[in-house]
Design a protein around this ligand. Structure first.
Ligand code: 1YM
Length: 641
């Protein structure tokens, strides 16, 4: 068999592989929404980060180009270009074979992040074109693909040389295929946030970001030599802190463990887990390992310094984590994941390793820092006190539950009982609530009108939050309880509605109400958000009524612009909706309730950094950024059908 024939044979199986990626892109990158789109960049960046972890690359550059493509460049060794046994340059196999990375690279450093870490070939398959330039051995080598297929003639099996270079590195530029993705404009905010996170996790790495798409091109450099300590400092930047971030570092069970934590005066815990540089939104064994050890060590100290007497019960883990912000990052040679979204680390040895490193180092730290120890333990003591009064309040709430359900009387429940089919709409204002009750399909849609502005949960104490009638009704209606950092009564399995839809006016007050509700969910029922149950209804801003033809709802100003382009001035009248209350029941049904025609936005928390930004935005006291958050979400509205 000649080299040529071998190559053909190889390329056939290659195409079959990439065809699978194009047929089911979601399986490889999660989704074809904007999130999946941004994921393409992370796949390429992750390869460059792997090269950093191998000890060769120190600078990664990401450019969002004017033509909609993205260029990722690194200064590593350059992807190998020599001929592989199949007679194909190694680079081609990397970009055309699924899972190529692991196959013919036996280096021990290679730690794939899990779920979507299938790499360059997937990006290639989902790109209209992809261009690779590799600087290595004094030359610049070039390769080019269209929809995953090689589109460049090889030179007797070798990649063509297009220049000379004394440096080494890889540059990959690609244009996402609009046939595959719902939209093809990368989100600069999300990409930056992810690069920033990568900088914190890799203190010796410099990441450059440039957005050349608009006139005022933006350039940012992310370099966080402080590493995780900087991450924690940043997460706590808007709160009062009790001490400098503490860093614990070590290796056990062949797993590298890196931890940083810091206490602040806020009544919450924020513990984030990363495995091989990838955020694990559902946590997992590294977090349980840390929490178990942390609780044990702190209880021992509490007894040693006499804060807990012999007869006293231990602090609970949640008591101890009250006010704690922590980031736990491990490097695992063979990570496994479980959970709905495969973002929960499952390796038991990770719990062991983190527990061991944390156990040894915490003692080293607290033995030398008694003041910090005392202030941390006094946080736990406060939390325990509140928890106990809480437990009493909760018993009261539960005994009163039925009562408040009936007397409140505002909830118009649906007839169906199967949660998978039921939806609840939380509607701002009594008049809109009234219309919604008339308009809904009472079979499976429940309506809960709420008055004006509910409490800002971030500012209010837990007791006040629970005393608030509207919040109580809502918690009762959802049926799954709530968690608040110290003591967890939340059970998502008991949720009575598959979709919780926030329905507020498209104005500043409406934005405020949505923000408050999201804050409430985020703090006390985060699984509602992380498991995708929360939506924001997107009522139209206008109704266009042409003299001839049928009426049309316009959901944003862009739609209005488009409508104006299609219809001459004077041929239609325009109604502007200032609030939900202005719509009659039929209009409300059509625009916000009917699953066939309505628009709503699913609320999601993309990753740790986005989440922390969202919390900041949601919790902060300034109003403008909150508005921006809600409006930003409104802009991303997608048809939910
Ligand atoms: C902008 C994207 O992919 N950089 C990159 C990738 C590789 C290497 C260096 C590399 C790896 C190895 C040896 C090795 C990859 N090589 C392969 C394979 N940047 C980007 N930089 N020499 C260079 O793994 O031993 C897969 S990825 F498989 F060809 F070795």
């Amino acid at each position: 068999m000649t080299a040529h024939e071998t190559y053909d044979a190889a390329s056939i199986s290659v195409l079959e592989g990439l065809e699978a990626v194009r047929k089911r892109p979601g399986m490889y990158i999660g989704s074809v929404s904007r999130k999946g789109l941004n994921h393409l960049i992370y796949e390429i960046v992750d390869n460059a980060v792997d090269e950093h972890l191998a000890g060769y690359c120190f600078r990664i550059q990401v450019i969002l180009e004017k033509d909609g493509s993205c260029t990722v460049t690194d200064d590593g060794r350059g992807i190998p270009v020599d001929l592989h046994e199949k007679g194909v340059p190694a680079e081609r196999l990397v970009f055309t074979t699924l899972h190529a990375g692991g196959k013919f690279d036996n280096s021990a450093y290679k730690t794939s992040g899990g779920l979507h870490g299938v790499g360059s070939s997937v990006v290639n398959a989902l790109s209209l074109w992809l261009d690779v330039r590799i600087s290595r051995d004094g030359f610049v080598y070039h390769d080019y693909y269209e929809k995953g297929e090689p589109a460049l003639e090889l030179d007797e099996g070798f990649l063509p040389k297009v220049g000379k270079s004394s440096r080494t590195g890889t540059a990959v530029r690609f244009l996402p295929d609009p046939e595959i993705f719902e939209r093809t404009d990368f989100s600069a905010a999300e990409v930056k946030s992810r690069l920033h996170e990568t900088a914190y996790l890799n203190p010796e790495l410099i990441l450059e970001f440039e957005d050349r798409r608009s006139a005022g091109a933006e350039k940012v450099i992310f370099h966080e030599p402080e590493g995780l300590a900087g991450f924690v400092r940043d997460l706590n930047q808007h709160t009062e802190v009790l001490h400098d971030p503490v860093c614990l570092k070590g290796e056990a069970e062949g797993i590298k463990v890196d931890i940083s934590f810091q206490y602040c005066t806020e009544f919450r815990e924020n513990v984030l887990g990363f495995c091989n540089n990838i955020y694990n939104s559902e946590g997992g064994t590294h977090l349980t390992g840390f929490k178990t050890t942390f609780t044990a060590v702190m209880n021992t100290y509490a007894r040693q310094i006499g804060l807990l007497k012999e007869k006293d019960a231990n602090f609970t883990g949640a008591d101890i984590r009250n006010g704690l912000t922590a980031v736990i990052s491990i490097k695992h040679p063979d990570p496994r994941f479980e959970g709905q979204t495969k973002t929960k680390l499952d390796n038991q040895d990770a719990a062991k390793a983190v527990g061991k490193v944390a156990g040894e180092q915490l003692v080293l730290y607290f033995d030398r820092n008694l003041e910090t120890l005392k202030s941390v333990l006094s946080c736990a003591e406060k939390a325990a006190k509140i928890r106990r009064s809480q437990e009493r309040a909760k018993t009261n709430l539960l005994t009163r539950q039925k009562y408040s359900f009936d007397t409140n009387g505002k909830l118009a429940n649906c007839e169906k009982k199967d949660p998978a089919q039921c939806e609840i709409f939380i509607v701002e204002g009594d008049s809109a609530g009234g219309s919604a009750k008339t308009a809904r399909n009472r079979n499976y849609q429940a309506i809960l009108p709420i008055r004006g502005k509910i409490l800002n949960v971030e500012k209010a104490s837990i007791d006040k939050v629970l005393a608030n009638a509207e919040i109580k009704t809502m918690i009762n209606a959802f049926g799954c309880g709530f968690s608040e950092g110290y003591g967890n009564d939340f059970d998502i399995g008991k949720l009575r509605y598959d979709k919780i839809v926030i329905m507020a006016d498209a104005d500043v007050d409406g934005a405020h109400i949505s923000t408050l509700l999201l804050t409430l969910f985020y703090r006390f029922m985060p699984e509602l958000i992380t498991q995708g149950h929360v939506y924001i209804a997107m009522p139209p801003l206008y109704k266009a009524m042409p003299k001839k033809g049928s009426e049309e709802y316009l959901y944003d100003d862009k739609a209005l612009e488009a409508y104006r382009r299609r219809h001459k001035p004077g041929t239609f009248t325009l109604q502007r909706y200032k609030g939900l209350g202005e719509m009659d029941a039929e209009q409300l049904w059509e625009t916000t309730l009917n699953p066939e025609t309505r628009r709503m936005k699913q609320v999601g928390i993309e990753d740790a950094r986005m989440a922390s930004d969202v919390t900041e935005v949601l919790m902060g006291s300034e109003v403008p950024p909150r508005k921006a958050f809600i409006y930003e979400h409104a802009k991303d509205a997608e048809l939910d059908v």
